[in-house]
Ligand binder design. Sequence first.
Ligand code: AMP
Ligand code: ZN
Length: 113
Amino acid sequence: MLIKDCLFCKIIIGEIPCCKVYENEKILAFKDINPVAKVHVLIIPKIHIENTGQRKYIDTLGELLLSTDAIAKKLNILESGYRIITNKGKDAGQIIDHIHLHLIGGEPLNPLN
Ligand code: AMP
Ligand code: ZN
């Protein structure tokens, strides 16, 4: 379920500290250590899933997406809006192999193109 050498698994068990903003039975959300916008939160499942693509994790992956409004509400950006990004693999720049959503907002964001 959790992996010994995974940074985010270590955050889940409290071995590495984080600035927690939201938590429920299945997911944890905390501030990104290197924010790219006024609000930049990472949302991770409490089990180690490398990335998308495995149907057996459909409930947990759904939980991640369902959590974003509650987290945005807590951060007072539900009305102003936010962006969700997930990086998969080398070209996207995924550096931590424990799936995570970046929730970004708190100010107008640059268009994607
Ligand atoms: P990614 O490139 O999608 O794998 O994103 C990994 C994210 O994790 C980056 O935005 C980092 O700034 C962030 N990060 C790395 N270590 C920590 C940490 N200890 N606490 C919070 N965020 C972290
Ligand atoms: Zn992990």
